[in-house]
Design a protein around this ligand. Structure first.
Ligand code: TYD
Length: 128
């Protein structure tokens, strides 16, 4: 989704609010940066967590997989956010130098909400 941006001669300002702009309340923000070339992040799914992933600077790819279809989305604009629903296997890769990945999440950190095992994920989505 494209995020609201205010442009004037002093530069650009992009913003997001949990209520009007997102289908979930923002309960947590975290960011991933200083990723060495070739490293992967993510590689898991969440039971219930929803998130919006933004490439605030630089670029990276997000591989999304619902257990049936795989999609690769390149994020490279600071005014664009990718919504990722629960029960989506997602991996972040191809980080450019100095990329900065901001994640807005619907829940506080909870390891119990992670599905880190690929076979468990597939069993889970196939039983839906
Ligand atoms: P993780 O979500 O597994 O990131 P990645 O899939 O990119 O490796 O998190 C890595 C570690 O950081 C893990 O030990 C949990 C911890 N962590 C927190 O403590 N709080 C957080 O909000 C997040 C996202 C991670």
């Amino acid at each position: 989704m494209e995020l609201a941006t205010v442009v004037d001669p002093r530069g650009k300002l992009t913003f997001i609010e949990g209520g009007p702009h997102l289908p979930f309340p923002i309960r947590r923000a975290y960011w991933i940066y200083d990723v060495p070339g070739g490293e992967l992040r993510g590689g898991h799914a969440y039971m219930a967590l929803e998130e919006l992933i933004i490439a605030v600077s630089g670029s990276f790819d997000i591989v999304l997989d619902d257990g049936t279809n795989t999609d690769v989305v390149q994020l490279n604009r600071s005014y664009y956010g990718l919504y990722v629903p629960p029960l989506t296997w997602r991996q972040l890769e191809n980080f450019s130098t100095n990329s900065f990945c901001l994640v807005l999440a619907s829940q506080p950190y909870a390891e119990e909400d992670y599905i880190r095992d690929r076979d468990s994920f597939l069993a889970q989505v196939r039983n839906l």
